[in-house]
Design a binder for this molecule. Structure first.
Ligand code: PEP
Length: 252
């Protein structure tokens, strides 16, 4: 009932020519796949990537890696949702662990951004997940619950068709370590239970929950076969078109 959804987070990688080349290869590689797919290039390359997607009549969603919650105005260095829409962006990553832990974004800021994205009727991909220290202290489910409740407190059930949750254990991102399929499924089932509490059974059953953290062609199928894992958010492997296409295929 939930259509699988895979996102490619390019982070602060590629140059303009490389972004164009990667887009063309991804479009060719995933043609005809039943999975929903989004790519999240760096801001400066959004227009280049978007124009290739249009040229090729691709159904791939164009995503941004972050956005500011305020309307256009005196916010030096920030990028508004109106600007992103104007560039053809329809999905926005929010609360990625690198923004939480490297840049220092707080739950409060992430809540403002999540609400603004959803109210703008763009698709919010809300990233949550525990650090290694929190996992070792047995706090995984409590951290996920806190991050979800903080970000989604002002969202109602009708708006959740604009929401995907990405569970990304911080210790698994870019490290080559992946949660076992059973551990990931357990965390996803608990995340869905929190969503039931926030939005009720029907809405919670429709929200896609992606897994992220060192997903590769070799481990994707087993992760995606779990009942509450509805695709993935892919970092490193999304920079190699063939690997990304193989991961997308693994949802089928
Ligand atoms: C990510 O950046 O969201 C991510 C999951 O990265 P990686 O796949 O490289 O671990």
């Amino acid at each position: 009932m939930r259509r699988p959804f895979v996102g490619g987070n390019w982070k602060m990688n590629t140059d303009q020519a490389g972004a164009a080349e990667l887009t063309r290869s991804v479009v060719e590689g995933i043609a005809g796949d039943g999975c929903e797919v989004a790519i999240f290039p760096p801001f400066p390359y959004l227009l280049t990537v978007g124009s290739i997607l249009r040229e090729r009549s691709s159904t791939l969603m164009l995503g941004a890696q972050d956005a500011y919650h305020q309307g256009n105005g005196a916010f030096t260095g920030e990028v508004s949702l109106d600007m992103l829409k104007d560039c053809g962006v329809s999905a926005v990553l929010i609360g990625h662990s690198e923004r939480r832990h490297v840049i220092g974004e707080t739950d409060d800021l992430i809540a403002l951004k999540t609400r603004a994205i959803i109210e703008a009727e763009m698709h919010a991909v809300l990233c949550i997940g525990e650090t290694l220290e929190q996992r070792e202290a047995g706090e995984t489910d409590a951290v996920n619950e806190r991050q979800l409740k903080a970000a989604l407190s002002e969202i109602n059930a009708e708006q959740t068709n604009h929401l995907t949750v990405a569970y990304e254990p911080v210790w698994a991102i870019g490290t080559g370590k992946t949660a076992t399929p059973a551990d990931a499924q357990d965390a996803h089932a608990k995340v869905r239970a929190v969503l039931v509490g926030l939005f009720g059974d029907d809405a919670a059953a429709s929200i896609r929950i992606q897994y992220g953290g060192s997903v590769k062609p070799a481990n994707a199928a087993e992760l995606f076969a779990q009942p509450d894992i509805d695709g993935g958010l892919i970092g490193g492997a999304s920079l190699k078109a063939a690997d990304f296409a193989a991961i997308v295929k693994a949802t089928g």
